[in-house]
Each structure stands twice: as structure tokens, then as C-alpha cells.
Design a protein around this ligand. Structure first.
Ligand code: MRU
Length: 374
């Protein structure tokens, strides 16, 4: 999407410098900084420190990390070492393991001399596929927004609520939850987006930055405001992203998503989750019991980053000295609270049957690899 009139992806290969470049998201929305990622340690740091973040972008970044590793040493041992090193960076978003597995199974049969070029080509393909998948998610989600708009008086906006940033900078382009919003806006459907601030790291500010750059009407709201807005009929539709979706359609997303789903159910507001198929973990069924939840630094709770009056980006402490924090970064919304899943192949019920209907080949492969039968 565009930043100050120039189209960007969230990461790209700089062919002249022969290096991957990323937008360092730690500085957004206040500063737009581009950074090269040059060593395997750089790749790991970029993911851990959330210079790149969002499940699909983490996956694409890891694929480029594997490409770098193969340039340095294309042996089986180096491949396995890079797989483990990168896979340990963040535990919850399954796109990371998905991308690393895909790289390894593509590269393993090749002779070492072919691996560096093949790995880079595969990383480019994964990035390009992500863009196309998200564009299609937007097309399907657009139809939901169109249906709601058709029930409203002419010109009245469809009011959406979203949590965290499942926007274009959390993917390679378009975003997942935001793709229907961009496409609705571009189709001339009036929309307004309530953007949850999403403590502790306030990724909602990233969403506000994105939507503002695209000219989409929005308000940045506290995480606790959504239920109140729903009670007063001010939310027509919730769309969030997900870091891992189980085969039965439980969704694991940024902490606080579950509470939004509860409020949506209590107020009969449709709650949809947008996801590319690499975010489905076919090996797990019960999200609450089986998905590892990342526990991040308590400093993300006790401190906040923002822009000072002088325009500098700085961090301040919000708690008394010595107050201990607790920072589970994700939660699981059980499928019973999810109205539907918006995927690149269409919208389905959040259930095993729903996902298997849209992705029969993936559901079957997973069943066989877990000891089931075809
Ligand atoms: O910790 P983050 O910022 O990586 O978490 C991001 C989210 O929770 C997103 O909603 C999710 O990854 C989907 S991104 C399209």
C-alpha cells in the first residue's frame, strides 16, 4: 500500500545492494525507517524485537532468512540449524514454521550448489503469494461489507471494529483484516473503523496510521471501549486477524481478541476472522489447550513508547518502580464465538467441516500425517 504516495511492500529485495530491506516497525507510526537485514542474527532479532511482526510477515521474513543461510552454507546441517534458530524466535504465529518447513522440504532434495538461488526464488514466491492471497481475502470480505451497506440508508457508513494490526505491514501487502476495508473504501462503500489501541504495544496505532494513509475514516479507541460501542449499536461487523487457526477453527490472535468476541456474541454483532491458509495449523484441534502463547517482556506493560512534544520518540514508565508486569501476548477465541473465517478461497464456518470444505487437500494431508486414513 502507499506511504506518502509511494507504493511499498512491508519487505522487499534490494537487488542493487543484494539484501533484504524491511520497514522497522518499532518506530511506526512516528518514523518511517527502512533497514537492511544482513545476517542470520539480524533476521532473528528483527522477528524477536518486532521490527517485523504479524504472522504472514514473520513467515515471509523467515523464508528470506533461510535464503541468506543457504548463501553462507548450503549444507544440510546449516539448513537444519537455520530452521531451528529462526523457528525459536516467536512461538505463536504458525506462519513461521509453515514457511521454514516449506523452504526445507523444497531445498532438501536439491544439490547444495543449487540451494542458494532456489531459496531466494522461493522466498520471493512466498512473498508474492502472500500479496495475492490477501488481495483475495479482501475480495471475499468486501462482499460481507457490501451486504451490510445494502441494508443501510444511502451514505451511512458500515462501522467495523478491529483489534491489533492485521494490516498491510503485518503481511507483505494488503493485510488480512484490513484488505476488505481497503477494497470496500476503493469500491466507494462508506466505512468507518473503530481501531482498538491494543495494549501493551499499541499496534492499533499502526492500523490507524495505515487507514489514515489510505483516507479511511477511523477512531483510535481504548481496548475497553468495544463492548460499550457494541451495546449502543455502533458496530456492524468485527474483523480481526489470527496468528494460528486450529483445524476446528479456534483462532489465536493478539491478547484481547477473545474479549471482543465475547462482547460481539452478547450483542449479536458478527465476528469474522480473516486468514491466509498458511495460518491454519492442521496439526492442532483445541486452541486453548494446544497453542503455545508467547509471554513477552514485562517492560512492554510497565512502559509505553510515544512521541514527545519535541517530536522525538521516547519511552516512559507508567507503573510505580518495581511493579511486576505480566504479558501474555495472545489469546484464543474458541470457534463457537467466531461467525466465520474469511480465507483466500472464500468464507467458511469456523469448524473442521468448514475449513475442510475450502481446503480439502490440506485437511487430508494433515490427517494422513497424523496417522489417519484417506
Ligand atoms: O505480536 P504481533 O504484532 O506480531 O501480533 C500480530 C497479530 O496478532 C495479528 O493480528 C496477526 O498476526 C494477524 S496479521 C495479518
Amino acid at each position: 500500500m502507499k506511504v506518502n504516495g509511494t507504493h511499498y511492500r512491508s519487505l522487499w529485495w534490494n537487488a542493487q545492494r543484494d539484501v533484504l530491506e524491511i520497514i522497522d516497525q518499532r518506530w511506526l507510526p512516528h518514523e518511517f525507517r527502512i533497514q537492511p537485514v544482513e545476517t542470520l542474527q539480524d533476521f532473528a532479532d528483527a522477528i524477536v524485537e518486532m521490527r517485523v511482526r504479524g504472522a504472514p510477515l514473520i513467515g515471509a521474513t523467515a523464508a528470506y532468512g533461510m535464503a541468506l543461510a543457504m548463501r553462507q552454507d548450503p549444507s544440510d546441517a546449516a539448513m537444519d540449524k537455520a530452521w531451528t534458530f529462526l523457528n525459536e524466535t516467536r512461538p505463536t504465529a504458525i506462519n513461521l514454521r509453515w514457511a521454514l518447513d516449506r523452504c526445507r522440504s523444497h531445498l532438501r532434495p536439491l544439490s547444495p550448489g543449487l540451494r542458494a538461488d532456489a531459496a531466494l526464488a522461493l522466498a520471493h514466491a512466498i512473498a508474492d503469494e502472500d500479496v495475492e492471497i490477501n488481495r483475495r481475502i479482501g475480495e471475499h470480505g468486501l462482499e460481507l461489507i457490501r451486504e451490510i451497506a445494502a441494508e443501510k440508508p444511502e451514505g451511512e457508513p458500515v462501522r467495523l471494529l478491529t483489534h491489533c494490526n492485521a494490516g498491510w505491514i503485518a503481511t507483505v501487502d494488503w493485510g488480512t483484516a484490513t484488505s476488505p476495508m481497503y477494497q470496500a473504501h476503493d469500491a466507494g462503500i462508506p466505512i468507518h473503523v473503530w481501531v482498538d489501541e491494543t495494549r501493551p504495544r499499541n499496534q492499533g496505532a499502526l492500523t490507524a496510521w495505515e487507514l489514515g494513509s489510505h483516507g479511511i475514516s477511523h477512531n483510535y479507541i481504548t481496548d475497553n471501549a468495544g463492548g460499550h460501542l457494541m451495546q449502543h449499536g455502533l458496530v456492524d461487523l468485527v474483523i480481526t486477524g489470527t496468528d494460528r487457526t486450529t483445524r476446528q477453527g479456534d483462532v489465536c490472535n493478539k491478547i484481547g481478541t477473545y474479549l471482543k468476541a465475547l462482547a460481539a456474541r452478547d450483542n449479536d454483532v458478527p465476528f469474522y476472522v480473516a486468514l491466509p491458509s498458511p495460518t491454519i495449523d492442521w496439526t492442532v484441534r483445541d486452541g486453548v489447550a494446544e497453542i503455545p502463547i508467547e509471554e513477552r517482556s514485562e517492560k512492554e506493560i510497565t512502559h509505553v513508547q510515544g512521541k514527545t512534544a519535541s517530536g522525538d520518540v521516547d519511552t516512559v514508565q507508567v507503573t510505580p518502580d518495581g511493579t511486576p508486569g505480566g504479558n501474555p501476548a495472545f489469546d484464543v477465541t474458541p470457534n463457537r464465538l467466531v461467525t466465520g473465517l474469511i480465507t483466500e478461497r472464500g468464507i467458511c464456518e469456523a469448524s473442521e467441516a468448514g475449513l475442510a470444505r475450502l481446503f480439502p487437500e490440506l485437511a487430508q494431508t494433515a490427517q494422513v500425517s497424523q496417522g489417519g486414513t484417506l
